[in-house]
Design a protein around this ligand. Sequence first.
Ligand code: NAP
Ligand code: F7E
Length: 327
Amino acid sequence: MDKAFITGITGQDGSYLADLLLAEGLEVHGLIRRKASASNWRINHLAGHERMHLVNGDLLDVSSLTRSLQEIRPKYVFNLAAQSFVPFSWEAPEATSSVTAIGVLNMLEAVRMVDKDIRFYQASSSEMFGKVRETPQQLTTPFYPRSPYGVSKVFGHWMTINYRESYDMFACSGILFNHESERRGLEFVTRKVTWAAANIKRGKMDSVSLGNLDAKRDWGYAPDYVDAMWRMLNQDEPQDYVIATGEQSSVQELCQAAFEAVDLNYEDHVKLDPRFLRPAEVNTLLGDISEAGKGLDWKPQTSFAQMITKMVEADLHRVDNNISWET
Ligand code: NAP
Ligand code: F7E
């Protein structure tokens, strides 16, 4: 039975990837780090699954990574762990760089030392394009990151390519544009807005405060995107890809869609608060997915409108049943 090792298993993407790989018949091992209060809400439904295992460690501790790989001997490693919230990367740039940049090197080194035949996936990001040099963005578009997070992701991206070229490793980097879901963290703008729309509809909140409503993103659905990761590690040759939808919406359009889903007008409930503006903004992102279509036979299955409706419905269900946002 093939085995996969996932870092970041407690995160949005890790949890959906675990669902997918278990459904594909793999044995799944997820790295978790010690936390003072661990809810692990995104993977609680997998507790007790006979092919699901959790292993203790930390991306910052290379010995924990090599020990894990030596014990598990996986065929696939998906490196999804990161400090992934862009605003926090200005508040803690060194911590962000440690995990989001050096953590990638740690994982690559562990793979190189334990088994160079492991197929390795790195979670790269459209934040590397930042102040975009061309539109739409593709693999050859030059990077111009705008945050310590984006800069860290550029390091991880190039390190992955360097290990592929230096050591002949099957190492791939997926440049994924924003992807969201019912399991998205509440601090990210889509979930912040769908959660607010549901609570306002039920009279539990009056308004929501946001920053830049003009920012545009190419937003896709996370379950569609983990399928692209899996396809990437099953190619004949390692190759990087841009994964996106090829369509973009503004934060304002996001608000409109989420509030319309509960028959409300966002203009009555959205407030502007400069605390949510960023020191340097990424104004617009739009991905070119033609290569993913050709090389991976992949295309997104879920539209932006469908995704926002799903997220609002899930949040209404939580509010109606007094369930916490992280359930
Ligand atoms: P997420 O929900 O923030 O999850 C991040 C994961 O990383 C969590 O499981 C977290 O564990 C883990 N982690 C953080 N520091 C760690 C450490 N020192 N050691 C071990 N694990 C650690 O992120 P996501 O949205 O699923 O994204 C997955 C990956 O894709 C990230 O690398 C992200 O930067 C990248 N990405 C995301 C998007 C997107 O739109 N979602 C787009 C492009 C790229 P805890 O539960 O312990 O905190
Ligand atoms: O912001 C604007 C904000 O925090 C999107 C991460 O997964 O995707 C994500 O990064 C936009 C920005 O995501 C608020 O200024 C307005 O322009 O949801 P976000 P992000 O920064 O694009 C990339 C691809 C990743 O790799 C990252 O890991 O929305 N915005 N008002 C706001 N954003 C937030 N969070 N909160 C607001 O109140």
